[in-house]
Write a protein that binds this ligand. Structure first.
Ligand SMILES: [Zn+2]
Length: 180
């Protein structure tokens, strides 16, 4: 699976590039990249390898920034709350994310870890509670839950009706945080 985190190449030394992910610097291998990168290019990184070059247009459209911008807003919220309560550091942040929220938890954790270094959340761990997709059928009026890790429902599992309301599984919220 590809983690959709854009990283900017800031230097290249043979097949190793130093990348910048929202202020955090890491070294990645360029071995798997099909095209020759240049300094300033954005690449997708997975498990220490740059795997794909990203077109600037896709970056600017916001298509790829999704989890990264969510991570940054979590950090903003946590910093503000921490300032308000006068805490020194944050140990963990509990989130509730619906499976139909369109957020990849792994990508969010990656983006969060890459963004937290210089913030009050630098030692914080994201604890993600995943909410199954659920709803109510308009035909048989029963409630249902999508099985396993499904991100969507095709029909009511009780009666097969295509008319239903999704009531759970789209949420994304910060539940609480542990501070000291
Ligand atoms: Zn039904």
């Amino acid at each position: 699976m590809c983690l959709a985190i854009p990283s900017r190449i800031i230097s290249i030394d043979d097949l190793i590039a130093t990348i910048d992910v929202y202020g955090a610097r890491r070294q990645v291998s360029l071995m798997l990249l099909p095209e020759e990168p240049r300094i300033g290019d954005y690449v997708l990184v997975h498990a220490g390898f740059a795997i794909q070059k990203i077109e600037k247009e896709r970056l600017e459209s916001g298509e790829i920034m999704h989890e990264a911008s969510i991570a940054l807003s979590i950090i903003d919220i946590v910093q503000a709350k921490c300032m308000e309560e006068g805490c020194h550091s944050v140990d963990s942040i509990r989130l509730r994310i619906g499976r139909a929220a369109g957020i990849l938890p792994e990508a969010l954790v990656f983006a969060f870890d890459a963004s937290k270094d210089t913030t009050v959340a630098k030692n914080a761990k994201l604890v993600i509670e995943s909410v199954p997709v659920g709803g109510t059928c308009n035909s048989c009026k029963k409630e249902f839950e999508a099985p396993d890790n499904a991100q969507y429902v095709l029909s009511c599992p009780h009666c097969g009706s295509l008319s239903y309301e999704i009531t759970r599984g789209r949420e994304m919220e910060i539940l609480d945080m542990e501070t000291n």
